[in-house]
Design a protein around this ligand. Structure first.
Ligand code: NOJ
Ligand code: CA
Length: 565
């Protein structure tokens, strides 16, 4: 065998060992792996810095796989780690086939995939499918001339007149959604920052090339993708203006528009169906960044035959910004009735952290445990955000000169951007929270001496140990994995209660969303549970090991989880 053939054969063996086999795709009960998995989002710049340059990286993530396994994460979704000028911190991809040198190399990625496979942790990447960076070679070619073969990979148009963009669409990050390109005297479309030109998905070559990106990563062992900004993948073919609503301005000072022509165009579902077919060939899963305003929109993302996004994230649930049992009940009921597998998320790199969003400033630790008990005991898949398990809170920039997120630079002071929810993970009570020996790219939250992995592991009552117990319970209790959901005590506006039932057994969950102790008498008539007594499985406050379901005493913001006997 010549040395090149040998090298090729060795690399194939190495790569194929990171690919998940068909037998790993379905559990003993016949469920696809992702239905019972707990996903954990990692913002790579902020998770762990292996070479002490102040920036998190892939070897850093690799060094924390044992922690993630201990915690109970089955899969990690890494926010974009591709080469990028970092105008939008990675969501401006200049090369879909490589790793940003800030984060390591392709070899580091292969090593992470291999170690993940060994430790039973799947790795998902972020598929930024709607736009590229203006530094991407595809766009560089496209902008060079009107006749360039890549020209039609992006969306170009003449202006309405001198200095006038083609229509009134505004960018999500402020200003017109069109940028003039002097090379060809035309404008290109960007829903987000000007350096993020939108791809033209009406061009079949774009679809082919972008689908090939996913195939290339699946073959390396990637277990799926989180699909970025799917709702703005297509725009109206005639580029019709959006209607302007009222006279008010948004946080960027732009008119408020009803986005009927630059969002949610029906063609996007065809792409999602075809993308799903590719994913299915690799037993991979697609998670959708699916912002929706009602349940019908969410249903559409599952696909008429559950043939689009496996896991459309339900942000309507994350948007219940208050401790309101009736609001949560309604949200759960909606998703339960959607026919799709529910996907629960509370926060991410774009959404303020749970700890202070729901916290009242006094009982935040209790409330952190309460919120975990809610979304980790519901029927469905949960997507966690790094650091929520230790009670990290938003650490927002105090001065405009400190802002790193362009959204905050443009919008300051009404819109401070998203740096606050992206600060370094807190590992220890040492300098820089053990994230790095040098000053990290964003400042560490000053509470890190108490709220960090090492200290919390030692404290039996910590938020971290609560998550650990809750996730162990979730993984081992068949009723929590498969049981159907039934709302209980539906008229209670302070306490959210429900039963999960499976094969004659039930788990009862009682969540006190108020600041006083509540005595709850569970009415099980609507459920499959028949019992007078229940055994405590886990509680966030000192609870008796056996309780009378006619009188369960739940501490302020307390969570109680029990099983029928
Ligand atoms: C969605 C990502 O989650 C967000 O962080 C990013 O700014 C936008 N896409 C635009 O790229
Ligand atoms: Ca680093």
């Amino acid at each position: 065998m010549c040395k090149y053939t040998l090298a090729f054969a060795i690399s194939l063996v190495l790569l194929s060992s990171t690919v998940w086999a068909q037998k790993d795709a379905v559990d003993a009960e016949g469920h696809p792996w992702w239905k019972h998995a707990v996903f954990y989002e990692i913002y790579p710049r902020s998770f762990a810095d292996s070479n002490n340059d102040g920036i998190g990286d892939l070897p850093g993530i690799n060094s924390k796989l044992d922690y993630l396994h201990w915690l109970g994460a089955d899969a990690i979704w890494i926010a974009p780690m591709f080469p990028s000028p970092q105008v939008d911190w990675g969501y401006d991809v200049s090369d879909f086939y490589n790793v940003n040198p800030d984060y390591g190399t392709l070899k580091d990625m292969d090593e992470l995939l291999a170690q993940g496979k060994k430790k039973d942790i799947r790795v998902l990447l972020d598929f930024v499918m709607t736009y590229t960076s203006d530094q991407n070679k595809w766009f560089q070619e496209a902008k060079s001339s009107k006749t360039n073969p890549k020209r039609d990979w992006f969306i170009w148009h003449d202006g309405k007149g001198a200095g006038q963009p083609p229509n009134n669409w505004t960018s999500n990050f402020g200003g017109s959604a069109w940028k003039y390109s002097p090379e060809t005297s035309q404008w290109y479309y960007h829903y987000f920052y000007p350096p993020q030109p939108n791809l033209n998905w009406r061009n079949p070559e774009v679809e082919k090339n972008m689908f090939d990106v996913t195939r290339w990563w699946y073959k390396r062992g990637v277990a799926g993708f989180r699909l970025d900004a799917v709702d703005v993948m297509y725009v109206d073919a005639q580029l019709k203006d959006n209607p302007v609503v009222g006279t008010e301005k948004n946080a960027f000072g732009d008119p408020v528009e009803n986005e009927i022509n630059d969002k949610n165009q029906p063609e996007l579902h065809g792409v999602l169906q075809r993308l799903r077919k590719v994913a299915d060939e690799y037993n991979a899963v697609l998670i959708g960044e699916t912002w929706t305003s009602d349940i019908d929109q969410l249903k559409a993302y599952y696909g008429a035959h559950n043939d689009e996004v496996n896991m459309p994230m339900n942000f309507m649930f994350a948007n219940v910004n208050k401790l309101s049992p009736p609001d949560f009940r309604k949200q759960i009921q909606w998703v339960e009735g959607s026919g799709g597998w529910p996907v629960y998320v509370l926060s991410n790199h774009d959404i303020r952290r749970v700890y202070d969003r729901y916290g009242d400033g006094q009982h935040n630790d209790q409330i952190a445990k309460l919120m975990a008990s809610l979304y980790l005991t519901l029927r469905g898949t949960a997507v966690m955000y790094y650091g929520e398990e230790i009670g990290m809170e938003n650490n927002d920039p105090k001065r405009p000169e400190d802002v790193k997120d362009s959204m905050g630079k443009v919008g300051w002071p009404t819109q401070k951007g998203r740096d606050g929810e992206r600060t370094p993970m807190q590992w220890t009570a040492e300098t820089n929270a053990g994230f790095s020996t040098v000053a990290p790219w964003l400042p560490v939250d000053e509470r890190y001496k108490t709220y960090n992995v090492e200290s919390e592991k030692r404290d039996a009552n910590s938020i971290l140990n609560y998550y650990h117990q809750l996730l162990s319970l979730r993984h081992t209790n068949q009723v929590l994995l498969d049981g159907k959901y039934t709302a209980l005590n539906e008229s209670d506006s302070n306490v959210l209660s429900y039963a999960r039932s499976y094969k004659g057994k039930s788990v009862l969950v009682v969540l006190n969303m108020s600041d006083t102790t509540r005595k709850v008498s569970l009415n099980l008539a609507s459920s499959d549970a028949h019992t007078k007594k229940a055994a405590t499985l886990l509680a966030s406050f000192p609870a008796a090991s056996q309780v009378d379901i006619g009188e369960i005493s739940v501490a302020p913001f307390g969570a109680w989880i029990g099983e029928t006997e």
